[in-house]
Design a protein around this ligand. Structure first.
Ligand code: SF4
Ligand code: SF4
Length: 499
């Protein structure tokens, strides 16, 4: 591989305990809690009522706006209400969840033959509709609705589609196992996505040590005209920008995304979900979650969305003791999870049980520059730290705060144990909230000024307001919701995985 990205770390992967163990199905729990907000975008509106019986795959909630992905009942169940609880996602946010009492005779959704057949005859519009209606979103962690990302790709000339299997964060092997066991689905999903966005070429990218996964998908790549590339196992090579740089040698300008230079990146699990949606109408109601660390039987578990973390951990022989901390996500970018009743979401890729680390008191920065050397975004972390602590918006923008992917490399090497990534994250949330507040106030002022102008002209204000199309307001609300959600994510792009 002739290209590389700046910085990064060679880490101990801790993957052997789970990478070689077949995926197991987590049991259906008595209660499921399906969160209404699992994607970047607008919150969904429930389409069911308390007491209603729902069939497996039945619609639970959908979105009135453009940026959203519907949710469905994973199995036959009875709706018992809407409850608020922390969810197993980055930041462990509290969300409204639809509570489902599962039926005694509920069964896992039917399995799909591993020998996926080609569905070349499906028109593009039909494929897009299936992806949208089945609730497919980026399963690499970011959670952006896939139909929106694909439509964005249609508006820009996509020359390269990258299917991201470079699962670079320690402990996580859910994509690795999926590649080994569902390679046909991934390859066919990749082929569909390539047809959808008219990509000239499609690259399936894996880390160089994923040899079993490569062996499983290689025949399908050859059959479908996809290129298989192995990239160095340097964290965070799975970040969208880092992977694009390594594969294509192309730099993505500051403040831009791969799509802005004609590259669409999708995660391998997303590709498999696209195949299931298009070929079988399969709703996204389960996902593979890595359970690793201090558990008796680590592995990857196909888990129904809404399953409480406690239930799935118990199946891996997890202990729930004070000296252990459960993490949602990997050891570099994960979030501590204190509420084990939190449900698994579409973006929960791993649950780790690790010894609780003693509290560290950060020391002052000694300007050693170690953080600069490892930063994959070529930032100045120590300068960013000063600006982030002082919340100096102008300085933060000049230092390209929003190019930080919160990979934690700087934290890892900092001799002063300063929580750098968390500090940048807080600064991002602060800046985004300030920007959204400003946008909202400009929108209110503009509306007031237009109204005053119409009144001055003696026009019928009420009628004009009634006939004003709501789309502009919807788009603004979608954009604002997406902006805040992006800022609240620990990882703004795909980081260790991909949309
Ligand atoms: S967390 Fe941000 S600043 Fe730190 S190394 Fe990663 S990209 Fe650079
Ligand atoms: S690694 Fe830590 S101590 Fe060294 S320059 Fe960066 S922030 Fe300062």
């Amino acid at each position: 591989m002739p290209f590389r990205f700046n910085g990064g770390l060679k880490l101990n992967g801790h993957k052997s305990a789970t990478a070689d163990v077949p995926i197991r199905r987590a049991a259906i729990p008595p209660m499921l809690y399906v969160p209404l907000q699992q994607h970047i975008g607008r919150r969904l509106t429930p389409r069911v009522s308390t007491g209603q019986q729902v069939a497996a795959g039945e619609l639970l909630a959908s979105c009135d706006g453009y940026v959203g992905a519907p949710i469905h009942a994973p199995v036959a169940a009875t709706v018992t209400g809407v409850v608020e609880r922390a969810v197993a996602a980055r930041g462990a946010p509290r969300q409204q969840c639809i509570a489902l009492a599962t039926s005694a005779d509920a069964a896992w959704p039917g399995s799909i033959a591993s020998e996926a057949e080609t569905v070349a005859a499906v028109p593009a519009a039909q494929m897009l509709a299936a992806i949208e209606s089945c609730g497919v979103l980026g399963l690499g962690g970011a959670g952006f609705p896939t139909h929106v990302k694909v439509r964005e790709g249609l508006h820009r000339a996509v020359d390269t589609l990258i299917i991201n299997g470079a699962e670079c964060e320690p402990y996580i092997t859910c994509d690795n196992r999926l590649l080994q066991e569902r390679a046909a689905e991934i390859a066919h999903g990749a082929h569909m996505l390539a047809r959808l966005v008219n990509a000239h070429r499609t690259i399936v990218a894996l880390e160089e040590d994923m040899t079993a996964a490569a062996a499983a998908i290689r025949p399908w790549c050859e059959q479908l005209g996809l290129t298989l590339e192995m990239v160095p196992a340097i964290y965070p090579v799975g970040g969208e920008k880092q992977l694009t740089r390594v594969l294509l040698g192309r730099e993505i300008p500051r403040g831009s995304l791969p799509i802005h230079i004609g590259v669409l990146v999708q995660n391998v699990a997303t590709a498999a979900a696209v195949y299931r949606a298009v070929a079988h109408g399969g709703k996204l109601v389960s996902r593979v979650v890595t359970i690793a660390g201090d558990v008796a039987s680590p592995g990857n578990f196909d888990t129904l969305i809404g399953t409480p973390v406690r239930a799935v951990l118990a199946q891996a022989g997890g202990r729930f003791e004070d000296d252990l901390q459960v993490w949602c996500g990997g050891s570099m970018m994960g979030t501590p999870l204190d509420d084990l009743d939190a449900p698994v979401t579409k973006t929960t890729n791993a649950l780790l049980v690790l010894p609780r680390a003693p509290a560290r008191v950060p020391l002052p920065c000694i300007r050693c520059g170690a953080c600069v050397d490892v930063c994959p975004a070529s930032l100045q972390p120590q300068a960013l730290l000063d600006a982030a602590v002082a919340l100096e918006s102008e300085a933060l923008r000049k230092l390209h705060l929003f190019d930080c992917i919160e990979c934690g490399c700087c934290d890892y090497v900092c001799p002063s144990t300063i929580p750098l990534a968390a500090t940048y994250h807080r600064a991002k949330v602060h800046l985004e909230e300030a920007r959204v507040a400003q946008l909202a106030s400009v929108a209110v002022r503009d509306r007031h000024q237009r109204r005053q102008a119409r009144l001055a002209q003696g026009r019928d204000v009420l009628v004009e307001e009634l006939i004003t199309p709501p789309a502009a307001g919807d788009e603004l609300r979608d954009a604002l919701a997406a902006a805040v959600a992006r800022a609240r994510q620990r990882k703004p792009d795909d980081g260790a995985g991909t949309i």
